[in-house]
Design a protein around this ligand. Sequence first.
Ligand SMILES: [Zn+2]
Ligand SMILES: [Zn+2]
Length: 205
Amino acid sequence: MTTRIDCFSVPAPDGPVNAWIVGDDEEVIVIDPGSDAAGLLDAVGDREVLAVICTHGHASHVAAALGVAERDEAPVALHPKDRSLWREAHPGEDADIPMEDGGAFEVADVRLEVIYAPGHTPGSVCLYCEDLGAVFTGHVMLADGPAPEDGEYPDFAEQLNAIGEYLLTLPADTRVLPGHGPETTIAMAEKQFDSWVAAGPVLGG
Ligand SMILES: [Zn+2]
Ligand SMILES: [Zn+2]
């Protein structure tokens, strides 16, 4: 299998964003482009961008979505429940593909499956690639737990529930590739989950 996953790190107010590039030498899908369209397209090179997928609508993750999509006239995918958040970064614009749970994308010889995982935002999704044994978790789950936004959790209980129901049920050796920071695995997350529940939605405590 020649399909690979590359990480392009983009500076952002909430810490460097992991923009993920999934594909082979011919074509790629970009997950969470961040805010640097030119830099990201440099990393893509002359490979065709088939789609730009936004795990959620927060600006530092989606700011470059239209810029990245434009070059190859690729569609942008977003869950409709994050439309109003997305519009803070892209006033008057809409994404092209309304994602829903169970939807799928194909790139090179792999499939990315949409897992609807609300809580961090109403329209948060993760992308699971069984073929590559990886799940892209955006802000749903980082290596050290559920991701907050601006120092708080919009809906901690729902976010934890999504992690428990939809992520920890994936195969234990699945790589977790988050929107910020280092990667982890489902097995590691499973070991930490109880401590995240016990800590509650209080940061720095
Ligand atoms: Zn972020
Ligand atoms: Zn976010």
